[in-house]
Design a binder for this molecule. Structure first.
Ligand SMILES: [Zn+2]
Ligand SMILES: [Zn+2]
Length: 344
């Protein structure tokens, strides 16, 4: 089998590996689609990064081998991969949140080998059944950003036709939020500075967009909402300034959900600026981490009921041999979702 590793700082190589052999409770999935995620980029410049680790955590494919005792998947099953592997016994794993596992938590491309490869070894409970009418690319999305956005929308109410949802940051996580919020009936305002992303947000359902490099974001959001401010705020960029802008613009008793980690550890923003409006306007501000594993089924039902085609977020597709070129393009920020199709 072959997979993409970060062989040095800003250096990528496709390497040969022995085919994985599944032990009890584990399965091998032949990857059919893997997609590039903003979080893939950070490790590229990390000097402590494991040079033998296959990257990628958004994958879907077909089960090709199962270990002893496996009952949740069988050879030939189409599956999307949930990319956090937990102990499957603690209270968080049992409630579908292996990302909070305190016993044995491992991430694909973090500890275990990732999905930018022809094969991937995962635990059976990480295989989310993928119906025949849902593409492998969409399956790859659900295990990461499409699940993250869905879970965040649920925490925003979910929003409905009486809400104005601001989506801050129009990378794939934000664009997916635009699609969901629009399908849920809300008015949607997108914020970014990259033209292709602002255009894509409008195509995917944003009613209005704001280029934060050209406009006073807080004033514009207030102006767009009759001085009241938006009442549902979805922050995906992780930029401190963006988080502060949303808090300042938020309507009284607004709800804000953040999924973007602040870019620099130690850069905590101005707590005073954040807390005064939070208390004064009775804001609800909370974080959201990926999704509950069972959200998979809700997402499938929702996108089917609302006739949502998440493939519309894809701007570029490549083969595995072109993945380095794909990563270089993705790193420029001038893309929507980038998918690697694998058929070998
Ligand atoms: Zn991801
Ligand atoms: Zn656990």
């Amino acid at each position: 089998m072959r997979g993409l590793v970060y062989s040095g700082i800003n250096e990528m190589t496709i390497k040969e590996f022995p085919d994985p052999v599944p032990e009890a409770g584990w399965v091998v999935v032949d990857i059919k689609a893997t997609s590039l995620c903003g979080s893939d980029l950070g490790s590229l410049t990390n000097p402590r990064h494991n040079r033998n680790l296959i990257m990628g955590h958004e994958g879907a494919g077909v089960v090709s081998a199962i270990g002893p005792g496996v009952t949740m998947a069988k050879v030939g099953d189409r599956v999307a991969l949930f990319h956090i592997i937990g102990c499957n016994k603690c209270k968080w794993c049992m409630s579908g949140y292996p990302q909070f596992c305190t016993v044995d938590r491992r991430a694909l491309a973090g500890v275990e080998q990732g999905t930018d490869a022809t094969k991937c070894l995962v635990k059976e409970e990480n295989c989310l059944p993928l119906p025949a009418d849902v593409s492998y690319a969409v399956g790859a999305f659900i295990g990461c950003f499409a699940g993250t956005s869905f879970s965040a929308m649920k925490k925003l109410g979910p929003p409905n036709g009486m809400n104005t949802v601001v989506v801050s940051g129009l990378g794939p996580v934000g664009l997916c939020g635009v699609i969901y919020a629009k399908a849920m009936g809300a008015r949607v305002i997108g914020i970014d500075s990259v033209k292709i992303r602002l255009d894509l947000a409008k195509e995917l359902g944003a009613d209005e967009v704001i280029n934060f490099k050209e406009a006073d974001v807080v004033k514009t959001l207030k102006d767009m909402t009759g001085g009241v401010g938006p009442d549902r705020l979805y922050e995906t960029s992780g930029a401190i300034q963006a988080q502060m802008n949303l808090i300042m613009a938020a309507a009284t008793q607004g709800i804000m959900v953040c999924v973007g980690f602040p870019g620099h550890i130690g850069d905590q923003g101005d707590a005073k600026v954040l807390l005064y409006p939070m208390i004064g306007k009775e804001l609800t501000i909370r974080g959201s981490s990926i999704m509950a594993r069972q959200n998979h089924y809700e997402i499938l039902d929702f996108i089917k009921a609302k006739n949502i085609d998440l493939e519309k977020m894809i701007t570029h597709r490549f083969k595995l041999d072109q993945i380095i070129e794909a990563m270089e393009l993705f790193a420029t920020g001038n893309t929507g979702k980038v998918v690697i199709d694998i058929d070998e």
